[in-house]
Design a protein around this ligand. Structure first.
Ligand code: 5RP
Length: 221
């Protein structure tokens, strides 16, 4: 069975009637969204807060009622994907470019579940290039500063070679670091750059990690 489907659908099992749910972004979360759509069809009352326009589009197509993050005091449960997850539940996110809204939604959530295929589990973060969202004003300068600090930034492009812009109109530099020895220190360091809006290091964020293996689902809490 498709690992992403396994993980996404299993996570949807944590949803209870009446919940406000943070809807993450990506191909694994897609399967949770499909289940949420089914729950609504079966009569559950649920509301979603989308972490990207891509997710909002999918949620709309599945008739999931959406509210703005500003219109709720808290989110009961967020289901999101991840690009890498280490044994301490630190992660890299932002492969899909939604890291800023994903972090804001995560910060407002009582409970966070990450869903992923088993290959996302790593001993050390960093093989996956770390996405850093940079204000587009002066972004070439911020990029050069990141380069000077030996953080190996590459400006993200779309498939057609244009500069990639996030839903908030910022650009992304992906840092090719290979291994991140101290995620906490790097997170602090990145916050020192004026032009850096947010980075894709999510430190000890999820309460639960659900990975598909093809054969079964593995839950870590
Ligand atoms: C988007 C993300 C995604 O959650 C992450 O890229 C995982 O996506 P997928 O489930 O498609 O592998 O952080 O910004």
């Amino acid at each position: 069975m498709n690992e992403k489907k396994q993980a996404g659908e299993y996570a949807a099992g944590f949803i209870k009637d009446g919940m406000t749910i943070g809807l993450g972004t990506g191909s694994t979360v897609y399967y949770a969204l499909a289940k949420i759509g089914e729950f609504i069809e079966q009569g559950m009352t649920l509301k979603g807060v989308a972490t990207s326009t891509a997710t909002a589009r999918i949620a709309n197509s599945m008739h999931i009622p959406l509210i703005d993050l500003n219109d709720t005091e808290k989110i009961d449960l967020t289901i999101d994907g991840a690009d890498e997850i280490d044994p301490k539940f630190n992660g890299i996110k932002g492969g899909g470019g939604a890291l800023l809204r994903e972090k804001l939604v995560a910060n407002a959530s009582d409970k966070i579940i990450w869903v992923a295929g088993h290959t996302k589990l790593v001993q050390k973060l960093g093989k996956f290039p770390l996405p850093v969202e940079v204000l587009s004003f002066g972004s070439n300068h911020t990029g050069r500063l990141l380069e000077k600090e030996h953080l190996h930034p590459i400006l993200r492009k779309t498939k057609t070679g244009e500069t990639f812009y996030t839903d908030s109109g910022n650009v992304i530099y992906d840092l090719h670091l290979d291994e991140i020895a101290e995620p906490g220190k790097l997170a602090e360091r990145l916050k020192q750059f004026t032009g850096v809006v947010e980075h894709g290091l999510f430190l000890a964020h999820p309460n639960v990690v659900i990975t598909g293996t093809g054969g079964s689902v593995v839950i870590r809490e």
